[in-house]
Design a protein around this ligand. Sequence first.
Ligand code: ATR
Length: 274
Amino acid sequence: MSRRDRYVLFGHPVSHSWSPFIHGLFARQLGHEIDYQLRDVAPEAFRMAALEFFAGGGSGANITVPHKLAAAELANSLTPRAERAGAVNTLAFRGDDGLLGDNTDGAGLVADLRDNLGVSLKGSAILLLGAGGAVRGVLAPLLAERPSRVLIANRTVSRARDLAAAFSDLGPVTGGGLAEGGECAWDLVINATSAGLGGEPPALPPNAIRAGSVCYDMSYSRSNTPFQQWARSQGAKRSYQGWGMLVEQAAESYLLWRGVRPGTLPVREALATL
Ligand code: ATR
């Protein structure tokens, strides 16, 4: 197996990850042979582990929580979208040019919403819940779709305002508290908080949602997430979770590593029938 064929996911924890399964199906679909391993490393060990992996012939890495910021620091160069996000979820070995850092999360979200689910983003009013790394990673690609407005609503208001200010040159984005989510009924509500699967969804006013609102939870599980349950209880007819985003961001990573974007439909179908 050559340098071109060795990949890892760095995270802490990583044992729950679907990435080996997804990348394994991509490779099989394209007739490639790759080796994709999980590497659980503590934050203080990340830098050394990543350098050793690439020095030892590794060709690409995915990066998940809590290493995305450290990966951005490690990279020798960044794609514009990774630079904007200040976070890297994909590292690619580029020979003499060293390590290229990219962030494929936002492209994955947009591809799932727009291409897979047929949600129109252009001209739509979008409510983004949360103001952490997950939101930072997707803001630039979302704003590039030209929504009419984006409100970042967060439990800690100052984080939402700071984030909105940092991206306001890219489009009409403002920040506020969760209560401000009741300003209007949104076309699209995206849950990007880490409250995810751990019980209560973020406390939003009920008028944030109407029957035609599309609700999207960036977390994923085998059953409806608490956010999806809440959205449905408020009358939203369409609510989704982040499986499609997971597959699409992986396809973007694969493209960066190997120059070809795998088809995602068979993999999304395989995950749905597991
Ligand atoms: P990530 O990288 O996953 O975004 P993070 O940077 O720790 O993780 O951010 C977590 C986000 O989820 C934050 O917006 C956090 O709100 P605060 O900024 O107020 O901490 C939000 N969050 C976590 N638990 C939450 C809860 N129970 N209700 C509402 N928001 C929550």
